[in-house]
Write a protein that binds this ligand. Structure first.
Ligand code: 13P
Ligand code: ZN
Length: 271
């Protein structure tokens, strides 16, 4: 068997956790990541018949039966992932129609997957239904997006447009917009389902007064989405209290989307 700590997916996962911590988005145990892996990717590194423990999930996810995920552990600090990946991360295979997860590697201190496993798995199901290449769900607590949810209306259209107006490239990076959930109890199936409902047609979902979810084909893509939205929120928070003399107009945003070949979410411009 090859050394799993040298697997490209593991190296990239560790780098992403470290990078997110370094950006200040994952204080303490804040944030969680799940990465869908194929059997072919894993087979050189793990005996897939060796189930270490079986963990109950508390929800159903029939579409994910038999799928493998590399996922961060609950209560674990992103800061520490690089020093002890086998304690802070785990690889699970979804079983029993989603009601349990078979641990194949990691969580060596007896730990389990993130408390936000419902939101992750339900979001994976929602994204895979519209984009079979989706592999990643990332959750974190980016400072400026969080701050924005205290001072900006939570209306999705208005929230999205405010972000689009902050940097020229925003409308191109997330033309599908940003979903916004009101404050809800985290870690529950309810917030998981609500997040997944938004993920059906967009890849970013804000949890008011809590944080952000991003999805993508790669760890980089999900990270880049979050990074772009957070940058826009940072600019918003810098200028929200100042008179605005210039802006990016709807016409300019349409021009951008046309030029780069993206379709802007219907009904979000010219209103
Ligand atoms: P976990 O430590 O269970 O992953 O929770 C962190 C978090 O961000 C909850 O929303
Ligand atoms: Zn959180």
């Amino acid at each position: 068997m090859k050394n799993i700590l040298e697997a490209p997916f593991m190296v990239e996962m560790i780098r992403t956790c470290t990078n997110m911590y370094d950006h200040g988005w994952d204080e303490r145990n804040g944030g969680n990541i799940s990465l869908l892996l194929s059997e072919e990717e894993l087979a050189p590194y793990l005996d897939l018949k060796n189930v270490i423990r079986t963990l109950k999930t508390g929800f159903e996810a029939p579409a994910l039966e038999g799928k493998y995920f590399l996922v961060t552990g609950t209560g674990k600090y992103f800061k520490n992932v690089q020093y002890a990946p086998d304690v802070n991360l785990g690889i699970v295979r979804i079983a029993d129609g989603g009601q349990s997860a078979e641990l194949l590697w990691g969580f060596t201190d007896g730990g389990r997957f993130t408390s936000e496993f419902p939101a992750h798995m339900m979001s994976h199901m929602a994204r895979l239904a519209v984009d079979p290449e989706n592999r990643v769900v990332e959750h974190c607590h980016p400072t400026n997006l969080l701050a924005m949810t205290f001072v900006h209306t939570l209306d999705e259209k208005a929230f999205t447009k405010s972000l689009w107006q902050m940097c020229t490239e925003c409308v191109v990076v997330f033309p599908d917009g940003v979903g916004v959930l009101p404050w809800m109890l985290c870690g529950t199936n309810e917030i998981g389902q609500a997040t997944a409902d938004k993920m059906k047609d967009q890849r970013l979902v804000v949890w008011a007064q809590h944080g952000l979810y991003g999805a993508g084909k790669t760890l980089d893509e999900a990270f880049g989405l979050i990074e772009t939205a957070e940058k826009a929120a940072e600019i918003y928070m810098k200028i929200a209290h100042l008179p605005r003399i210039n802006t990016i107009t709807d016409e300019q945003m349409k021009l951008l989307a046309d030029y780069f070949g993206y379709k802007v979410r219907e009904g979000y411009l010219d209103c």
